[in-house]
Ligand binder design. Sequence first.
Ligand code: CAO
Length: 452
Amino acid sequence: MAQIEIQVPDIGDFDEVTVIELMVKIGDTVKAEQSLITVESDKASMEIPSSHAGVVKELKVKLGDKVKQGSLVVILEGEGVGAATAPAAAAPAPAPSASAPNPAPALVESAQAAPVFVAPAAVVPVAAAAVPAHSPTTAPVGLPHASPSVRKYARELGVPLNEVKGSGLKGRITDADVQAFTRAVMSGAAQTQAAAAQNKAGGGGDGAALGLIPWPKVDFAKFGPIERKELSRIKKISGANLLRNAIMIPAVTNHDDADITDLEAFRVSTNKENEKSGIKVTMLAFLIKACVAALKKFPEFNSSLDGDALIYKQFYHIGFAADTPNGLMVPVIKDADKKGIFQISQEMGELAKKARDGKLSPAEMSGASFTISSLGGIGGRYFTPIINAPEVAILGVCKSQMEPVWDGKAFVPRLMLPLSLTWDHRVIDGAAAARFNVYLGQILGDFRRVLL
Ligand code: CAO
């Protein structure tokens, strides 16, 4: 019977974190990607998932333990211990395959999977809304004090956590508190605020808090064969973020085109000249540099809302959406203003590969001040990207095409790049957005303008 050691994976900037919740016990059967424990630093809490499936043979941590990257969490045992489809961090030895007999029965492996972070919204774009941030030591501002699994449990039950009284340490809300709240509501002894408001207004149905009619419930099997598949962990987390951002941000999208005929010719010739370097200069690298120039000229696009104030960031960390088998990831090119096109292209290639392999660290997805989503390698004309809160704007890019452009005397063939800039109307006005796009187009049309 194969044994596998599950360790704490790369947890980004945190040296040591405290175990605040054990989510499995000896004898439990766990699936790959199932959370094992919750840990907490002074800034954030996170769940450590299992990179493999199996039965928990030994639990190597207890509540209050301090752990760090590499600390042993559990030992799993099982026939053909199954690995996660995309383990995020190092898995030094491959798990024995389910179909092949295990050649070494006493084999002990080390394996790590990506932790689900509960980080301040600006830190991990895809994780912030699914399991919101809180400070473990101080009273949370506007957020109830609960671990990610309790939040998840509450979400599954539809329990509004901010209405639950916590009985745990420092007012922490526990599973039992959520259950007690649910029992009280079910027995009629208590009422959620939404239900109370709804009763007052005489409304009814799901989505009542937003005053919406219920989500349609359809038995699809009545119409033909179906198959149900769980969303990936990344899809679940990013979905919650996207929904929040789509609902909460009054977003507007401006579409424009940039003439990149000369820039593309320059890119192609640069790649030819530097064939031996192994670095391929991409259009996205030029877009990142052009966006930095535009962000410098229009600093509110590089800001974030903080109540009634704006935080202007004096750094230029540019996130870029990467399509991966498990869903959308947003790696970040840090200090893009200080890097050249070659360095950006090289970093982007490495980060995109890591994203596809599920090996991005939280630090590599943190701190973006502006994001670009490029579908240029795929196709399409324009789209309306959703802002990656707490950023205030995002640039969508589609595939460039040769088009007839009127030069005042005749139509000439020019390579035109479609740009879609989505912006938060609370921070940015339409005129500023149009100016941003025009300026971006001017730079892409003639990169010498960056020097001006
Ligand atoms: N117009 C025309 N061609 C383009 C282009 C554009 N705007 N952008 C890239 N291309 C070309 C490239 O030149 C390359 O062609 P060659 O192989 O002939 O040189 C090809 O398309 C493939 O490029 P790429 O997509 O591999 O590289 P990239 O630097 O453009 O993008 C990355 C990298 C990681 C952004 C991309 O792989 C990706 O994941 N894109 C999807 C992002 C996404 O999903 N956004 C939607 C988010 S909302 O759900």
